[in-house]
Design a protein around this ligand. Structure first.
Ligand code: SF4
Length: 277
């Protein structure tokens, strides 16, 4: 082999090795990228504040519930998929008709796509939602004997099921603390309370999981959602009636009474809403 051919071959091997290492680097997240998905390390002061927030919100909502009407884990899974970009009130209007017409995962898994679309239309994004609830039900019927799986790894693989849906179903139906449920309300409350600076719900969840003990994750998720829905409203938060007012730098008004009195007010407000959605 001539020296020129040898040199060309060497250059080609070097170039190929460079491409392979670039592809490997792209496939493997860099340390910086990986760090971004880690929880922000809470300071002792933030931990202390979080513990006090939990005490007060627990007083306001000792046994918080999910507001999506359901009779079992499968119905809750379907209702939660339908609630994306919609309201619990709207979903609760649709699900009685849906579950009366298709009472089991097998029945919904075999449903006609256009009939499903008509039933779920008012929840928005109805084509995709109809597809997801049909495919998820089919998979539950065929691969899991009609029972929603009880692990995060399995449930997250069902069509249309993201982390929020998985946490809601595992936590509410099975009491499995797989994480803190973060919807638009919970995310807003966590940011106002400076428990996170993230917008991405998965990163918010990581920060909240690092702040609260695992056996609180299910109920704290519900409490953040309900607090955001009934007190820490997006446009005009009810700061003077908020039981965690003193712990919140984003408060827009001073507290109106003791925190215990404000917690009782929130308890009444949340309790009055159940059954009316
Ligand atoms: S004080 Fe106001 S902004 Fe802060 S959590 Fe309460 S309602 Fe929300």
């Amino acid at each position: 082999m001539s020296a020129a051919i040898k040199a060309t071959k060497k250059r080609a091997i070097k170039a190929a090795a460079k491409v392979v290492s670039k592809v490997k680097a792209a496939a493997k997240p860099s340390k910086a990228k990986a760090a971004k998905t880690k929880a922000t390390k809470p300071t002792p002061a933030t931990r202390e504040r979080a513990a006090e927030i939990e005490t007060r919100l627990r007083a306001a909502m000792p046994e918080p519930r999910c507001e999506l009407n359901h009779e079992n884990a499968w119905q809750l899974l379907i209702a939660t998929i339908l609630s994306a970009q919609s309201t619990d009130r709207m979903v609760n209007k649709v699900t009685p008709t849906l579950f009366a017409r298709f009472p089991t995962p097998a029945a919904l898994g075999n449903a006609d796509q256009s009939e499903l679309e008509t039933i779920v239309k008012s929840t928005g994004f109805f084509r995709n939602k109809a597809k997801s609830i049909r495919a998820a039900s089919q998979q539950i019927a065929e691969e899991f004997g009609g029972e929603v799986p009880r692990t995060l790894d399995e449930i997250i693989k069902l069509p249309g099921v993201a982390r929020k849906t998985a946490n809601v179903v595992l936590g509410t139906a099975y009491r499995v603390p797989s994480g803190v449920t973060v919807d638009t309300h919970a995310g807003r409350v966590a940011r106002r309370l400076q428990l996170t600076k993230h917008e991405d719900p998965v990163k918010v969840e990581l920060d909240l999981c690092a702040l609260f003990p695992q056996d609180s994750w299910i109920d704290m998720g519900h409490r953040f959602v309900l607090h955001g829905r009934y007190v820490c409203l997006a446009r005009s938060p009810r700061c003077s009636h908020c039981p965690i007012n003193e712990l919140c730098k984003a408060r827009e008004a001073p507290p109106a009474a003791t925190w215990q009195a404000r917690a009782r007010l929130e308890a009444d407000r949340v309790e009055a809403s159940f059954g009316t959605l």
